[in-house]
Design a protein around this ligand. Structure first.
Ligand code: HEC
Ligand SMILES: [Cu+2]
Length: 260
């Protein structure tokens, strides 16, 4: 019994130590008086998402300055409205319609934050927090996953949607490269399965407003560069086999390359 209690206490200690940073992030009251810098239709999870930032942050980034201390980015998740078959309904512009509020994901940057983390987890001076629709903290959220997923974006201060934020997201339609091509549109790989020969290049082209990244499954899985709208990436395979892959940014997006 005593052992059980101490184990429980140890678990508590560990988890609160791991998550403590999130407590610094308060619910961003008035976020919707800032700048709505992006809307994301998530076909993969049938959500309509809004990206909000405080104005000072947007002004700084547009002026080519670093993201300032005090920046708060709020990702608001809504269900997409669906028809009776569960398919998202679209408005006149082909965009999803906003349904019920689901949750908020917030990241906040302050000078001096983040020093307690080791380098392999630290996201600069950012902290993350998840809030439920009623604005209370979602205590079930695993905040370390926020750090893990945003970490590869260190080159753009961990803000995945920075290109939209700066208003520099390339708007040109994706060019179709020669050879074997997989189009990425509406959060789907199409075709989902392709056959390639050993050494033959497979090209992915992103036609979505959202960035995507091909990540081959398995411990030594290769990762493509992150593709913004209109960008493409290519990979070759040295050995025959079935290569399952996902999008590194949206893991519910799946595809297969069969190499013969
Ligand atoms: C599976 C990877 C993944 C995880 C885990 C993740 N994010 Fe993100 N996050 C993204 C992607 C991709 C975007 C860009 C918007 C989009 O495509 O939906 C994003 C965008 C954001 C944004 C808008 C600013 C930006 O970086 O573009 C905030 C705020 C945010 N996430 C907070 C969080 C919080 C808080 C958590 C943890 C509770 C979290 N994220 C976990 C992938 C992830
Ligand atoms: Cu993706």
């Amino acid at each position: 019994m005593i052992r059980r209690i101490s184990l429980f206490a140890a678990t508590l200690l560990f988890s609160s130590a791991a998550l403590a940073g999130g407590d610094k992030v308060a619910f961003p009251e008035g976020y919707d008086k800032g700048v709505l810098y992006g809307i994301v239709d998530r076909y993969d999870i049938k959500q309509y998402r809004e990206l909000w930032a405080n104005k000072a942050a947007v002004d700084a980034v547009k002026a080519g300055k670093p993201i300032p201390s005090g920046t708060v980015l709020t990702l608001v998740q809504y269900k997409a409205q669906v028809d009776d078959k569960g398919t998202p309904v679209k408005d006149a512009n082909g965009r999803f319609k906003k349904g019920d509020l689901v949750a908020f994901a917030v990241m906040e940057k302050r000078q001096g934050w983040g020093t307690e983390y080791k380098d392999d987890i630290r996201n600069g001076e950012w902290e993350y927090q998840a809030f439920k629709a009623d604005k209370t903290v979602n205590t079930a959220a695993k905040l370390d996953t926020c750090f893990v997923c945003h970490k590869p974006h260190a080159g753009q201060d961990f803000v995945i949607s920075l290109a939209r934020f700066a208003g520099t997201a390339p708007g040109a339609p994706a060019a179709k490269p020669a050879g074997l091509t997989v189009a990425i549109a509406d959060f789907l790989f199409g075709p989902e399965k392709v056959e390639a020969k050993v050494g033959q290049a497979v090209n992915w082209v992103n036609a979505d407003d959202s960035p995507h990244q091909v990540t081959i499954a398995g411990p030594n899985g290769k990762r493509s560069a992150i593709m913004l709208k209109g960008q493409n990436a290519s990979m070759t395979f040295d050995a025959p086999g079935v290569y399952n892959y996902i999008c590194g940014l949206h893991p519910s997006m799946k595809g297969v390359v069969e190499v013969k």
